[in-house]
Design a binder for this molecule. Structure first.
Ligand SMILES: Nc1nc2c(c(=O)[nH]1)N=C([C@H](O)[C@H](O)COP(=O)(O)OP(=O)(O)OP(=O)(O)O)CN2
Ligand SMILES: [Zn+2]
Length: 124
């Protein structure tokens, strides 16, 4: 029997972005601006026979708090290992950090208040 467990966390962060769009839009994105992001992290697996859990949600919460502390109220352009601060790179960054502690992580979705959403599912 397979199960999926998810937890979300939110963070506010500033960034700039180089874009190949109209000069007005490109100029706006190059200026420092901020977004409220929500990340949903999903873990997939079978229950451990002794615990009855795929993974203890308290452990997942602890890992997500560590990642949040690297992103919340940070300038994303300066976060080591992130690369260009896009939804795509944020999804991979969060996934790779969770995977070091919780190998069963199966997907990470990052969304912004404006309604934009990106899902990273490496095994898809
Ligand atoms: N594939 C992606 N495209 C874009 C991303 C991204 O992460 N992945 N990010 C952005 C920018 O962060 C940008 O600030 C959003 O720009 P835009 O969609 O033009 O939205 P607005 O500036 O009009 O409104 P916001 O409220 O600031 O979202 C662009 N593209
Ligand atoms: Zn932006």
């Amino acid at each position: 029997m397979m199960f999926e467990l998810s937890q979300t966390f939110s963070f506010d962060a500033a960034h700039t972005l180089k874009r190949h769009v109209s000069p007005e839009e490109a100029a706006g994105s190059r200026r420092i601006h901020g977004h409220t992001y929500t990340a949903e992290v999903t873990v997939r697996g079978e229950r451990q026979p002794e615990s009855g859990m795929v993974v203890d949600l308290a452990v997942l919460r602890e890992v997500l708090a560590e990642i949040r502390s690297q992103l919340d109220h940070h300038f994303l352009d300066e976060v080591a290992g992130l690369g260009a601060p896009t939804l795509e790179n944020l999804s991979v960054f969060i996934h790779d950090h969770v995977q070091r502690r919780i190998p069963q992580v199966s997907s990470v979705a990052v969304s912004r208040a404006a309604g934009d959403r990106c899902v990273y599912r490496p095994q898809a």
